[in-house]
Design a protein around this ligand. Sequence first.
Ligand code: DP6
Length: 352
Amino acid sequence: MQNKLAAGKIAWRSPSNIALIKYWGKLPVQIPANPSLSMTLSRAYTEMTLEFQPKDEKSGFPLLEFMFEGHKQEKFEKKIALYIQSLFTEFPFLDDYSYKISSSNTFPHSTGIASSASSMSALGLCLAEFLSCFSGISKKKEPFIQEASRLSRLASGSACRSVYSGYVIWGHVPQIAGTSDEYAIPVPFKINPIFREMRDAILVVSSKEKEVSSRAGHSLMEGHPYAGPRYEMAMANMLDLSDALKSGDFDKFTRITESEALNLHALMMSSHPSYLLFEPNTLNIVNAIWKFRKATSIPVCFTLDAGPNVHMLYPATNEITIRKWIGEELVKFCENDKWIDDRIGTGPEKLL
Ligand code: DP6
């Protein structure tokens, strides 16, 4: 092994992201069945500290201790320990240390607000930085972020998109240069000004832990009767959405984004066994958005993650009107009137 490090601490803040073109279905190991395109968020984020120390053989210290918001979290601890162990073949010296991770979120976990995206990207960034202390691993910015994206992907697919600001693509698209199944990249084209200051009002219909995890949902795509057409459609939507982002066509953006969201849930409803993550208030909000858009022609649309909450997307120019309308018409559909006033974000930040 290379130069052994003394004990140390690394900390990153990393945001969540919302997929506009959805990753749903995968191949080993964490290779997406179709490319996805996301918008990085700003206020929904994880802060994570990774403490490491050389393993003392005699102390029998565990590989990992994981604390979530000040409490030991055994479920995540096991998951993350398995993930770190899965990296031993590639980085054998990871096994020479023990780790303590402390993590906290600005939003409730397992609500369909992609907590795995923010937390696993924070972990990917901490690990990429730890690994970069050993010789042979680049410290230059782009390879560093790309490596953080790759490590994040191995922990949770959607996490690999959170390491960049703005709009991000993960998955190989033959027509878009630089795209890869291994890591995400920032969109390699100029975004029309209308999409640069986007807002995302996350309308929290329910903060209950969801009953079917995304991991289980992905595996239900194996042998799914609509898998083939879905993957073709995602590829076509990726190209159309890229055109809309370049040209500033909000109607086209809306058509594709809403269709992707409803398709994702249609895939859940038509899998074996089938399941449903909508709540009645999810549909109440969707209907209210359609009605409002028709009546006012204000550009506003929705997307959904793997959960009941609604992400309502709109350009910042309409912020005052939309906020007022949320208060008057939409908060009544939210759990305890809760919504998160989020926006397009600038990406992760190193804290320590
Ligand atoms: C619906 O990234 O949570 O949010 O790779 O198994 O951890 P794993 O799945 P995950 O799946 C996210 C699915 C989605 C769509 C998306 O973010 O693209």
